[in-house]
Design a protein around this ligand. Structure first.
Ligand SMILES: [Mg+2]
Length: 426
């Protein structure tokens, strides 16, 4: 029953709307879970074996020594001589990611998967009371520990906007629970640094500093139009609303997503005929990444069967815009999805780029994995193909067999596997 005087049903005045879950030191925790000999030890996870790459995760024990995501391996070794250095196992992390989604789903539906270790859930009706929301958070934390493993600790943030809920989840770690009530704002935010908010990276922090804004208190009192001016666009308005507890429209935060999907014509529906479509969509993603000056650190594949039902998979990898790397990931996921779907005919294929970063991102600036994996020869070839297509028209030269997505005949370079780049020059 709704009480008189409260805003929406279930609201106790806190305006709580989102429960945000952020796994603590996720990749490192996965490794400690699977390999008990690594527990209670400082460890980092690396994308490749090199002193010059950076950690993509650090265990709590490593963090206590000042080592964090983005710390160069060489420096990390100096900071901690006994440091365990572990090769990343993306398949393992994706598997545990899906198990976490399943566990959260036993408590409440997942509204949005924000990254491999972060999900957001919407609080409904009576769940919006602070005590009820906290109880849900505790239940999720406990079930993940019980059902997946004792090393997999999660921090929870509960707040009126998704941005504030993510901020809250970051305020207490590990196994934290932070609630930011609308009627207490900005109080609990005032102890933060301006770049503790998602969306304020080093560059934005610098811009704010130049404008004389170095404290959250000052940030809080800016007007939406001043923020628009500082951000150089609508992003500023959106940040203002999110900071003050109102979710901005989704379209703005999603505008940089790259996703291609295709509903298959009848002759492309048999599984083997559908596979080149997935590869073709992946090639398009790669072209767009390069055109937009971006790299992605993951791909998501989703296929829908003609007898309904859907299978999906995700891979994370060092950031790249190298189509050949993307194709490797898709080929790998294709077999997994086809096996899981277990249907002879496919109706729709979708490929989405995840974890996108600007191609010129310096290490650790945005908190993403700074590791990049691109083969110089591949990139040279791909840029040449991009140039040909730009000059002679879309899709004139393509990689791999071209499924008949459109009525078009053009030159093609055919192969069914990831080729050696030399094959192109023969
Ligand atoms: Mg995390």
């Amino acid at each position: 029953m709704q009480k008189a005087g409260t805003g929406q049903a279930g609201d106790d005045g806190g305006g709580l709307k989102w429960l945000y879950l952020d796994m603590n030191a996720f990749f490192a925790s996965c490794e400690q879970q699977m390999r008990p000999e690594l527990r209670r030890r400082p460890l980092i996870v690396v994308p490749v074996r090199s002193d010059y790459t950076c950690a993509i995760a650090a265990s709590a024990e490593a963090k206590a020594l000042g080592i964090k995501t983005g710390t160069q391996v060489k420096l990390a070794k100096q900071m901690c001589p006994g440091l365990a250095i572990v090769d990343a196992r993306p398949d393992l992390y994706v598997d545990i990611h899906h198990r976490i989604l399943d566990v959260v789903d036993t408590v409440m539906p997942v509204e949005k998967v924000c990254s491999i270790d972060e999900v957001a859930c919407l609080l409904m009706g009576p769940q919006r009371h602070e005590a009820a929301a906290r109880a849900l958070g505790h239940r999720i934390q406990k079930r993940i520990l019980e059902r997946i493993g004792e090393c997999l600790t999660a921090s929870i943030g509960i707040a009126p906007s998704r941005m504030l809920a993510k901020t809250a989840a970051d305020m207490m770690k590990p196994l934290g629970m932070t609630v930011l009530r609308m009627d207490h704002l900005p109080g609990p935010l005032l102890g933060l640094e301006v770049d503790d908010f998602p969306g304020i990276g080093a560059a934005m922090k610098g811009r704010l500093f130049k404008a004389g804004i170095s404290e959250v208190r000052q940030l809080w009192h800016l007007s939406p139009s001043r923020m628009r001016q500082l951000w150089g666009g609508i992003g500023g308005d959106n940040f203002w609303y999110a900071l003050h507890g109102v979710d901005p429209p989704e379209t703005v935060t999603e505008r940089h997503s790259i996703s291609h999907s295709h509903v298959l014509a009848s002759e492309l529906r048999p599984v083997e005929a559908a596979r080149p479509v997935a590869r073709r969509l992946t090639v398009k993603c790669g072209t767009r990444l390069r055109r937009m000056g971006l790299r992605c650190g993951g791909l998501h594949l989703s296929i829908r069967g003609t007898a309904s039902g859907r299978a999906q998979a995700e891979r994370v990898f060092p950031a790249t815009s190298d189509t050949f790397r993307l194709l490797e990931a898709i080929d790998d996921m294709w077999h997994q999805c086809v096996g899981a779907l277990n249907q002879p005919r496919i109706q729709k294929v979708s490929v989405t780029c995840l974890r996108m970063i600007p191609a010129d991102t310096p290490p650790d600036l945005f908190g993403y994995s700074p590791a990049v994996q691109e083969d110089g020869r591949h990139m040279k070839l791909l840029k040449a193909l991009d140039g040909l297509n730009e000059r002679f028209g879309k899709d004139r030269v393509s990689i791999g067999p071209r499924p008949k997505l459109h009525d078009f005949v053009g030159a093609k370079i055919a192969f069914n596997r990831v080729p050696e780049v030399e094959e192109f020059w023969e």
